[in-house]
Design a protein around this ligand. Structure first.
Ligand code: AMP
Ligand code: ZN
Length: 464
C-alpha cells in the first residue's frame, strides 16, 4: 500500500489511482525568465523521486510538466532587453532541458508551453464567463472567488472577510490579500498580446496550468505537485478555475515539497540568495552529488543549503559507489551463503515500504546502508560468495532505478551482424537445433563475445 500526505485533506491518505495501474501526474514547471536555481531543482527532484518510485512500484505514469513562457516575469525580462518574448525565453528553455538531463530527471511525456495553448485557455475563460464564475472589468476578465464556495480549502484560508469585488492583477501575491484574480489581462502598451474572442490580451498565470493539465490528463487526474509556495495563490486558483469550469473534482492528491532555504530564508531569485546549477558546476561539484543532496532529505522537511551539507552528501554517495565498485571488481569464490539472500530481500522490502510511506527517503537510504554494512563485514572477512555478490549488486541497481545516483553505464551496442547471429542462435535453440546453436556460440566466442543464457534471456559480455 502506498500512502501520501495530501495537502488538500491535510492528512496521510492511501493512494488509489483513478485507473488501475496508471498514474496521471502534473508538476508545475519552470517560469522561463532566468536560469532555475537549485531551490527549483529541489522541487523537480522531489517530483522525479515520486515518479521514479511510482514506476518502480509498477505503475505506468503519464507526466505533464508545463513551461510558463508568458507571465509578468517573462514579459518584464523581454521588455528590459527590448526583444520578443520567444527570443527571450528560448535561452532559458534550452538551459532548463540541459539542466534536467544533467541532474538525471526523467523526461515528462509532455512539456506544453503556455504560448502554444492560448485557445485552450480562452475556451475555459469563456466557459467561466458563461457559467457566471467570471466577470469582465475594464476589458480584463476576473474570477469571482465569492462564486466558488470551496475557495481557500487547499491553502486552509478563511475567505469570509473577503471584500466583495476586490481584484488583483499580479500573478503572485500573499495569503493576506485574497482577491478576485485575473484570468485574462487586457493588452497593455508594450506587452505581448493575442487577438482572441476575449479581445486583445494575454492569460493570467493560473489559467495556464488549469488549461494545460486538463488538456493532457483530463478534467480529473491523480497527482499534482509543486513547492509549498505554489499552494497559494497558484494551486488554489487552479482548483477554482478547473472545478468551476468542468463541474467535477480537479485533482485527487496534492503533494507539495518544502523549501530549500539559505540562512533561514527561502532560496529565491527575489532575495538574491540563490545558486543556479551552473554556479555550482563551476565549483567542480559533481551534479549527481547535488542530486543526492537535494534528494536525501524528506520532501516535506525544510532543507538548509550549505556547502558542508553538500560535502556530506558527496561522502555518503561515495560510500555507495565504493561498495558497488568493490562488488563489480573483486574476484569471489563460487557459490552462495544462505545468510545473504534474506539480507538482500529485507533491504529491498524495507527500501520499497519506506518509500511507499509518503516517500520516506531517509528510511529507504537507511535500508541500503544497512545492507552495505552487513555485506562490508563479509567483504572484510573475504567470505562473500560469487552468487551473493551478484544478488547484492542487482539489488543495489534495482534501488538505483529510484535514486539514479550510480555512474551511468555506457550502453555498448553490438554490430548488427553479431546481433543477427545471436538471434539465429536463439532461433536454433528454440527449434532444438543444439548443434547449430553451439556452433554459433563458438563462432561468437572467437569474435570475443561470450553468451550467457539466463532466466531473463540471453546476455552477452566482451572478453577483456
Ligand atoms: P517557478 O519557476 O518560480 O514557478 O518555480 C518552479 C518550482 O520551484 C515551483 O514548484 C516552486 O514551488 C519551486 N520552488 C521555488 N523556490 C523553491 C525553493 N527555494 N525550494 C523548493 N522549491 C522551490
Ligand atoms: Zn502551475
Amino acid at each position: 500500500m502506498i500512502r501520501f500526505f495530501n495537502t488538500l485533506s491535510g492528512t496521510i491518505e492511501e493512494f488509489k489511482p483513478i485507473k488501475e495501474g496508471e498514474v496521471r501526474l502534473y508538476t508545475c514547471g519552470p517560469t522561463v525568465y532566468d536560469y532555475p536555481h537549485i531551490g527549483n531543482y529541489r522541487a523537480y527532484i522531489f517530483e522525479d523521486l515520486l515518479k521514479r518510485f511510482l514506476l518502480f512500484y509498477g505503475f505506468k505514469v503519464i507526466h505533464v510538466m508545463n513551461i510558463t513562457d508568458v507571465d509578468d516575469k517573462t514579459i518584464r525580462g523581454a521588455n528590459s532587453l527590448g526583444i520578443s518574448l520567444n527570443e527571450y525565453t528560448k535561452k532559458y528553455i534550452e538551459a532548463f532541458f540541459e539542466d534536467i538531463k544533467t541532474l538525471r530527471l526523467l523526461p515528462a511525456d509532455y512539456y506544453p508551453r503556455a504560448t502554444e495553448h492560448i485557445p485552450d485557455m480562452v475556451r475555459m475563460i469563456k466557459g467561466l464567463l458563461e457559467k457566471g464564475f467570471a466577470y469582465i472589468k475594464d476589458g480584463s476578465v476576473y474570477f469571482s472567488i465569492a462564486k466558488f464556495p470551496a475557495y481557500g480549502r487547499l491553502a486552509k484560508i478563511n475567505v469570509e472577510e473577503l471584500k466583495a469585488g476586490a481584484r488583483v492583477e499580479a500573478d503572485e501575491y500573499e495569503k493576506e490579500s485574497v482577491h478576485d484574480f485575473a484570468l485574462w489581462k487586457k493588452a497593455k502598451e508594450g506587452e505581448p498580446f493575442w487577438e482572441t474572442e476575449l479581445g486583445a490580451g494575454r492569460p493570467g498565470w493560473h489559467i495556464e496550468c488549469s488549461a494545460m493539465s486538463t488538456r493532457y490528463l483530463g478534467p480529473t487526474f491523480d497527482i499534482h505537485c509543486g513547492g509549498i509556495d505554489n499552494i497559494f495563490p497558484h494551486h488554489e486558483n487552479e482548483i477554482a478555475q478547473s472545478e468551476a469550469y468542468y463541474g467535477q473534482k480537479f485533482v485527487n492528491y496534492w503533494l507539495h515539497c518544502h523549501h530549500l532555504i539559505v540562512d533561514g530564508e527561502k532560496m529565491s531569485k527575489s532575495k538574491g540568495n540563490f545558486y543556479t546549477l551552473r554556479d555550482l558546476l563551476t565549483r567542480n561539484l559533481d551534479p549527481i552529488d547535488i542530486r543526492y543532496f537535494l534528494l536525501s532529505t524528506h520532501y516535506r522537511k525544510m532543507l538548509n543549503f550549505t556547502f558542508e551539507g553538500l560535502e556530506q552528501s558527496k561522502a555518503s554517495r561515495q560510500r555507495i559507489l565504493d561498495f558497488v565498485y568493490e562488488l563489480e571488481h573483486r574476484k569471489f569464490s563460487p557459490g552462495s551463503d544462505q545468510e545473504v539472500e534474506p539480507l538482500v530481500q529485507k533491504a529491498m522490502a524495507d527500501f520499497k515500504n519506506s518509500l511507499a510511506d509518503d516517500l520516506n527517503i531517509s528510511a529507504a537510504l537507511a535500508a541500503l546502508f544497512e545492507l552495505i554494512r552487513e555485506i562490508n563485514l563479509r567483504l572484510a572477512k573475504d567470505s562473500l560468495k560469487q552468487d551473493d555478490a551478484r544478488k547484492v549488486l542487482e539489488a543495489v541497481y534495482q534501488m538505483d532505478r529510484v535514486l539514479a545516483i550510480l555512474p551511468e553505464k555506457e550502453e555498448e551496442t553490438l554490430p548488427p551482424e553479431i546481433l543477427r547471429k545471436i538471434e539465429l542462435r536463439q532461433k536454433a535453440r528454440k527449434e532444438k537445433n543444439f548443434a547449430l546453436a553451439d556452433a554459433i556460440r563458438q563462432e561468437l566466442r572467437q569474435l570475443g563475445i561470450i553468451l550467457e543464457d539466463t532466466k531473463e534471456g540471453v546476455r552477452w559480455k566482451r572478453i577483456k
